[in-house]
Ligand binder design. Sequence first.
Ligand code: PLP
Length: 391
Amino acid sequence: MRKKIPIETAKRVRSLPPYLFATIDSMKEKAVSKGIDLIDLSIGDPDMPTPSHIVEKMRKAVKNPVHHQYPSYAGMLSFRQAVTDWYRKRFNVKLNPKTEVVSLIGSKEGIGHMPLAFIDPGDYALVPSPGYPVYPVATLLAGGKSHEMPLLEKNNYLPDLKAIPKSVLKKSKLMFVNYPNNPTAACADRGFYKELIGFAAKNNIIICHDAAYSEIYYDNEKPLSFLQIPGAKGVGVEFHSLSKTYNMTGWRIGFAVGNKDAIAGLGKIKTNLDSGIFQAIQEAGIEALNTGDTVLGKNRNMFQERRDVLYNGLKKLGLEVNKPKATFYLWVKCPKGVSSMDFTTHLLNKAEILSTPGNGFGAHGEGHVRFALTVPVKRIREAVERIGRIL
Ligand SMILES: *Cc1c(COP(=O)(O)O)cnc(C)c1O
């Protein structure tokens, strides 16, 4: 007898919120199948290839049989050493490569596993809204609850720590913070990090600072590492990614650094669930971390030109937008009374431009759309022209 059994996902999977970007994906598919000349400003993925010296390193490393076996869980010591050297050069922060650095299969992997290591059922994670959806989703999958911290314009898109209710605070174990910020493009200053570290110490909350965009900055104003501020290592970790900095989103390599007990907890989950990064990719990662400033500067200049064209263009059209100091996003206010989904649909139907509706990043993203600078400047000029025609 052949019986078809009911395949039912776990309650925790069924409890996941609807994936708002799926709607956007299907809208995009429909538009593309109609053959329209779509300008896609919804993609958080650099459009330029990985620099050739990194690709070349990979080509050589892949031939080495040593790398064909299981990698070490925490990452090759040489990769962790390269991270340590990069941190000292870039931020003047000292790290112990053996205890304060762990390699990640992209920073999303580490962020996703963090709640599994530290959240018990009933515990809270404090998450930014708008914010990277992985923070609340990973918390939910670990059996925890999220408390949204609104990122509001009047607070320069920084969370208001004093507004977090005491009852939530008592049960909070983790806080996710992300600067330079996706999607608002805001940066945090030293004063904020100081307050954050004091707050974490007082309330026993582990800070998870997501610094995926620390190297995509403009006008030579370098964003801070959370670990540059005294006391940071006592309360948290920082997540980094090679994805955005070196146009390596497809390679899947990142790392977490900071508090050694937090790194060890994350490492424990990883040793039980994954087996680390292909070592040839780690070799390429070492090469990437040693990339000279000329290559990175060129990349930044390219994004800066795009930023200037889009920012100046949208301003001229009367749209409200802040000039980003970092990231490759513009966080644009919808015209008065228009929801983010309606504005997105309007831009797509009337101007053949795809943006990301702010509400996809959480309730407090409503009223904004996100434009990504991941298309050539010529297309950005064209996009500004098209928006001008429909506003
Ligand atoms: C892109 C991104 C990441 C993760 O990138 P990985 O490719 O997984 O390293 C993490 N946080 C934010 C906010 C991002 O936008």
